[in-house]
Design a protein around this ligand. Sequence first.
Ligand code: BT5
Length: 266
Amino acid sequence: MNNANMISSAEIMHNLKTKFIGRKIHFLKDVTSTNDVAKRLAFEGAEEGSVVIAGSQLNGKGRGGREWFSPLGGIWLSIILRPKSGFSNAALITLMAGIAVARVISRITKLKAALKWPNDVIINGKKVCGILAEMSGPFENRFLVLGIGINANIDSNTFPIELKVVATTLRSELRYDVNKVELIRLALEELEGLYLQLTQNSQGGKVILTEWKKLTNTIGAYVTFVTGDEIFKGQAVDVDEDGALILKLENGSFKKFYSGDVSINY
Ligand code: BT5
């Protein structure tokens, strides 16, 4: 197809080298949120690895109910995961998705993609991708929907004003359009490899953390950290095996955070 934004499930599945992620792809022109569609499908019994991809989202979601701007040209997808090993390492699944996206962006575009704790992929200091992992389902049949949003072939000057300063797109960084089919296919392959490592290897969590630390801009940085209505300043010193961020605060004490927003004080 000539238009880089016109893609189909068949094109993505052609040559896809995965065992289960992306073996079933639901491609929809526009949706409220691919995470919501994926949750519904998972409730109805959709198998692990099923993927929902949308052309645009009318109600794309970030963490804590925030809005995720999702116009045509981006990559908006969600994957249904049913980890047999349980959900104790669910936070690492978010980190894992960041690794996959950063690796694939760097491989395809040669841009340097960095990871900001917990769920951002950053290029030249601005967010190009966000990740939203949501656990859901009845107790005996829990599942995880892993949502990934990548600002691919979008002009960043079409972003709402408040996003222009914090967000970027691949098109704006590169001045050309990426092949979304290739990007999605490679990302699904990376994700499956990392997910199998995480869920089937007793040292999988350590492997993911080590890989994540190689790509992050957060550890070592002086940061402002916002969680709820509290603000902390300090140095990010580590991320532990639960995916929690450890800050050394200005008073010298250490504090661990499981959720919140980091801004790096450059
Ligand atoms: C995220 O939340 O970064 C998670 C984004 C997940 C989006 C995917 S798209 C497919 C799937 N379906 C969904 O409905 N969601 C997932 P958070 O860290 O809370 O960041 C949200 C904040 O990022 C917003 O409050 C804005 O400031 C900013 N933002 C919104 N849209 C953006 C965009 N397209 N690019 C960069 N930043 C954006």
